[in-house]
Ligand binder design. Structure first.
Ligand code: BES
Ligand code: MN
Ligand code: MN
Length: 456
C-alpha cells in the first residue's frame, strides 16, 4: 500500500497530463465528422498501453471503430483479468452550456472538466496507469488483458462480433470495468447490476404536407398534438408503463433485497436541490433508489416536429418525431420489449395519422454476483484504500456488452466505478474529481492483488 501510494504521488502530475492529452481528442463516435479524431484516439490508447508495458498491443479493425487490445501474460497458471473500457465519448452539444470548451480539459475546484472526463476516458485510463504502476514496481500478480473499444456510446455493435470471433484471445477469469458510479468518496460503493435498453424512434405523419394552421387548423389532426397524447398515454396515473405485457417478465426483488438496497445513503432534499426540481417523479410504490436501479422505465429523449426556428411561423406540420428509450431490468429482453412497444404504439394510433416505429440499438440487463472471488477482491481493495466497506448498489445506466461477455465468454463482470452520478455524464460540463482519479489508480492494483490471492 505504501509503495502504491508513493508511486501515485511521485507520478501525479504526469498521470494528469496524459489524461488531459487523451481528453483533448474529440472522439465522438456518433458523428462521422470526427472519424479522424476517433481513430487518432485509438492510436494514443495503443501507444500508452505499449509504454506501460503491455505486449501484443493491436489496433483491431472492425466494420466501425477499432478495438484496442493489449495484454501481459506473466504465467498461464495464474488468473487473468480482462479490463474493458471505451475511448469514444458522447457528442458535446449543447456547446453553449459548457463553462469551458469540452475538449480543452480544465481544472476547477479540484475537478477535471471535459467530455469523457468520467465516461469513460478518465476511468479506463486509471487502469492503464495502475497497470504501469504494477509493471514498474514489479507487483503485477496476475495476467491482464485490455480491451478498449470505440463504439460504446453508439451501441457496441461491432464489439459483439469481435468478442464472438476472439473467444480464445479474450479468455479470462473475470471482466473488470470502471465505467459506472460510486456514491461518494466517503461512501464507496460497487454497482451490482446494470439496466438493459430498448431504444426506438417514432415518426407520426398527419397530412401529406405542411399546412397553413389557420386554413386547415380545426379540420386535420396535428401530428405533434397526437404524438404528445400518445406519449402521455404511455404512463398511467401511478406512473406505471401502460404497454401490455411490459412488466410480465420483470423480476421483483425480495423484501430483504429491497431493504438492503434502501440502506444506501440517499438524501432526497439534496437530490432535489442539486437538480432544482420541486418534487421527484416516478413509479408509485418504489423508492428513488429502487426506481432508478431495479425498475424499468420509459423516457422521451427528444421530441420535435413543425417549426422550431426563430420567431413564429403558423404551420400545421405534416410530421412529428420522438426518440424513446426504455431501461430494462432482469429478466426483460430488449428485442421483446421493442416489439411490445411497436405493437402497442401502432395499435393506439388514431386513423388520423400514420405511425412508424424504428428500433435503434438495445442491450440486455445484468446483475453481477456478489458472492464471487472477484467481488470479494473488489470489496477488500476498496476497504483497504478507502478504509470503508463498499455499499452494493444497482446502477441505472447500461453497458450492453456486460451481458454479452457473460453469454459469449461465460465470464462475469465486476463493476468497480469511481465516477459520481452527478458528474454530468452525457451532459454539458462533464467532470471527474481528481481525487477519484487517483483513488482509482490506487485501488485497482489492490483488486488484482486480492483477486490473485483469493484465486489460489
Ligand atoms: N458509462 C455509461 C453507463 C453507466 C453510467 C452505467 C453510469 C452506470 C452508471 C455508458 O457509457 C453509457 O452511457 N451507456 C449508454 C448505453 C449505450 C448503449 C449508449 C446508456 O446507459 O445510456
Ligand atoms: Mn461509459
Ligand atoms: Mn456513456
Amino acid at each position: 500500500m505504501q509503495e502504491i501510494r508513493k508511486y501515485v504521488s511521485d507520478n501525479k502530475q504526469r498521470f494528469l497530463d496524459e489524461l488531459f492529452e487523451l481528453l483533448r481528442f474529440p472522439s465522438i463516435s456518433a458523428d462521422p465528422k470526427y472519424k479522424g479524431d476517433v481513430l487518432k484516439t485509438a492510436d494514443y490508447v495503443a501507444e500508452k498501453l505499449k509504454v506501460a508495458g503491455a505486449d501484443n498491443v493491436e489496433i483491431c479493425p472492425t466494420d466501425g471503430y477499432p478495438i484496442v487490445y493489449g495484454d501481459k501474460i506473466i504465467d498461464s497458471s495464474l488468473p487473468t483479468v480482462l479490463v474493458y473500457g471505451h475511448y469514444d465519448v458522447q457528442p458535446a452539444d449543447p456547446l453553449e452550456l459548457w463553462e469551458t470548451p469540452p475538449f480543452e480539459p480544465t481544472i476547477r475546484d479540484q475537478k477535471i472538466y471535459a467530455r469523457g472526463a468520467c465516461d469513460d476516458k478518465g476511468q479506463f485510463y486509471m487502469h492503464v496507469k495502475a497497470f504501469e504502476l504494477m509493471m514498474e514496481t514489479n507487483t503485477l500478480p496476475c495476467n491482464i488483458k485490455f480491451m478498449i473499444e470505440g463504439e460504446e456510446e453508439v451501441g457496441s455493435a461491432n464489439l459483439g462480433i469481435f468478442v464472438g470471433k476472439n473467444k480464445e484471445r479474450l479468455k479470462s477469469d473475470v471482466v473488470l470495468i470502471s465505467d459506472t458510479s460510486m456514491i461518494s468518496l466517503e461512501h464507496p460503493s460497487l454497482e451490482t447490476g446494470l439496466r438493459g435498453l430498448s431504444y426506438v424512434e417514432v415518426e407520426v405523419t398527419g397530412p401529406n404536407r405542411d399546412l397553413h394552421s389557420g386554413v386547415y387548423g380545426g379540420a386535420v389532426a396535428n401530428p405533434a398534438t397526437i404524438l404528445a397524447k400518445l406519449i402521455a398515454s404511455l404512463h398511467d396515473e401511478n406512473n406505471h408503463i401502460t404497454i401490455p405485457g411490459f412488466y410480465d417478465k420483470v423480476t421483483e426483488l425480495s423484501q430483504k433485497e429491497r431493504e438492503d438496497l434502501n440502506k444506501a445513503p440517499y438524501d432526497e432534499a439534496e437530490y432535489k436541490r442539486d437538480l432544482e426540481v420541486g418534487e421527484l417523479w416516478g413509479e408509485k410504490g418504489y423508492s428513488t433508489l429502487e426506481r432508478t436501479g431495479t425498475r424499468p422505465t420509459l423516457e422521451v429523449n427528444g421530441i420535435w416536429g413543425g417549426y422550431i426556428g426563430e420567431g413564429a411561423k403558423t404551420v400545421l406540420p405534416s410530421k412529428a418525431f420522438a426518440k424513446i428509450s426504455m431501461r430494462l431490468v432482469p429478466n426483460q429482453n430488449s428485442d421483446e420489449i421493442t416489439r411490445l412497444f411497436q405493437d402497442h404504439f401502432e395499435m393506439i394510433a388514431p386513423k388520423s395519422v400514420k405511425v412508424k416505429v424504428s428500433p435503434h440499438h438495445g442491450g440486455e440487463p445484468v446483475v453481477t454476483p456478489t458472492d464471487s472471488i472477484a467481488y470479494q477482491a473488489a470489496q477488500k481493495a476498496i476497504l483497504q484504500s478507502f478504509g470503508k466497506e463498499p455499499i452494493p448498489t444497482r446502477g441505472g445506466g447500461s453497458i450492453p456488452i456486460v451481458a454479452l461477455f457473460e453469454k459469449e465468454l461465460g465470464i462475469k463482470t465486476v463493476l468497480m466505478g469511481f465516477g459520481l452520478d452527478s458528474d454530468n455524464l452525457h451532459s454539458p460540463n462533464e467532470k471527474f474529481d481528481i481525487a477519484n482519479f487517483y483513488k482509482g489508480i490506487e485501488t485497482i492494483p489492490l483488486f488484482h492483488k486480492y483477486f490473485a490471492e483469493l484465486s489460489k
